[in-house]
Design a protein around this ligand. Structure first.
Ligand code: NCD
Length: 340
């Protein structure tokens, strides 16, 4: 794939070498993300961060990634603050805002909206989540994390065994992650959800067509026994017609330390796109896992910055110039990046 000037809308755009390219560039971003070096390669560039749905880590990590490359961020959050509330179309909004930025990161509650916006944009658009459809940058950071966690255990992404748990119907992160896994080989996927929240059939088909072994289940404990990764997700309550309907599913699958100890193989990696729902009625990942060294959720969020930096440098075609515009940091940075 040609990255320079491209939108990043869907995992369908990626071939395996493209993924490898993103990961190699992400690796090279570590000195900057971990505050050992500073680069000004995007000095003068502007990111338009347009988040029309709640977001903390996706919005802030896109912004931090851009800042770490020396660029500036302009944010629009929520419909009420934007002219969309006055009836402006996505087309007009895209024509206008792409005149103010060099690249745009966007999240929107409607499936297909980010692609519609991108079609009218004059600059590259990165999809930060469009309804329950896709979240391609999250899938890339998830796979980047999986690859790092497995390689620390002497394993590879090919022949991975993974359980995805929770709201597989509305969870866009697992939709994109499944599509991404189709580029690899011999993967065993266990899809654990209530029947009503199963993974969409077309995605299950894609996994099978890629030669992967797919099992659908409604039982957590038997499904997490022989996997390398347990990828837990939140019930996407904002996509249900009522809170009462979401209440039916919240708290259905809870992983805590005692279930982990009893049912998982040692060193099974625990992941979650976050936010985890820590209310007593949900707790899909209990706080008592916080000291478990295999809990990779905060390594995922740290990795998100590396992967988003890589995507910015690729679509803006500066990946080769980053180090030329760099120097060492001059302040105390401590040891806060002591993950894998
Ligand atoms: C997810 C999302 O917004 O799709 N979060 C994220 O981007 N890291 C998952 C969620 O909200 O449950």
């Amino acid at each position: 794939m040609q990255f320079a000037g491209s939108h990043i809308l869907s995992i369908a755009q990626f071939e395996r070498p493209d993924v490898e390219r993103v990961f190699a560039v992400a690796d090279s971003m570590e000195p900057y993300a971990h505050r050992r070096r500073v680069t000004k390669v995007l000095d003068g560039a502007i990111l338009g961060a347009m988040f029309f749905e709640p977001s903390t880590r996706t919005r802030v990590s896109f912004g931090s990634a851009f800042n770490l490359l020396g660029g500036e961020v302009r944010e629009t959050t929520g419909f009420e603050q934007s002219a969309i509330a006055k009836g402006e179309s996505l087309y007009d909004t895209a024509r206008v805002l792409s005149g103010y930025s060099d690249v745009i990161a966007m999240r929107h509650p409607q499936e297909g909206s980010v692609a519609e916006f991108a079609a009218a944009s004059r600059v590259p658009v990165l999809n930060g989540g469009d309804g329950s459809n896709e979240h391609p940058t999250q899938a890339l950071l998830d796979l980047y994390t999986i690859r790092k966690e497995l390689s620390a255990r002497g394993r590879d992404v090919d022949r991975l065994r993974i359980a995805m748990v929770g709201d597989l119907r509305f969870g866009r992160t697992v939709h994109s992650l499944c599509k991404l896994l189709c580029l690899f080989q011999g993967i065993q996927v266990v899809l654990v959800s209530p029947v009503e929240l199963r993974m969409p059939g077309d995605i299950v088909e894609q996994l099978r067509a890629a030669g992967h072994d797919v099992l659908e289940s409604e039982a957590l404990e038997s499904s997490i026994r022989h996997v390398d990764i347990v990828y837990s997700t939140r019930i996407q309550e904002e996509r249900f017609s009522s809170q009462q309907e979401a209440d039916l599913y919240r708290g259905r699958f809870r992983l805590n330390q005692s279930i982990y100890t009893e049912h998982c193989e040692p060193n099974t990696v625990i992941m979650h796109p976050l936010p985890r729902d820590s209310r007593v009625t949900a707790r899909e990942l209990d706080d008592d896992l916080n000291d478990n060294p295999n809990l990779a959720i905060f390594r995922q969020t740290d990795n998100g910055v590396l992967v988003r930096m890589a995507l910015f440098t690729l679509v803006l075609d500066v990946a080769e110039q980053v180090h030329r515009h760099a120097r060492d940091v001059n302040w105390y940075t401590g040891g806060r990046f002591d993950g894998l």
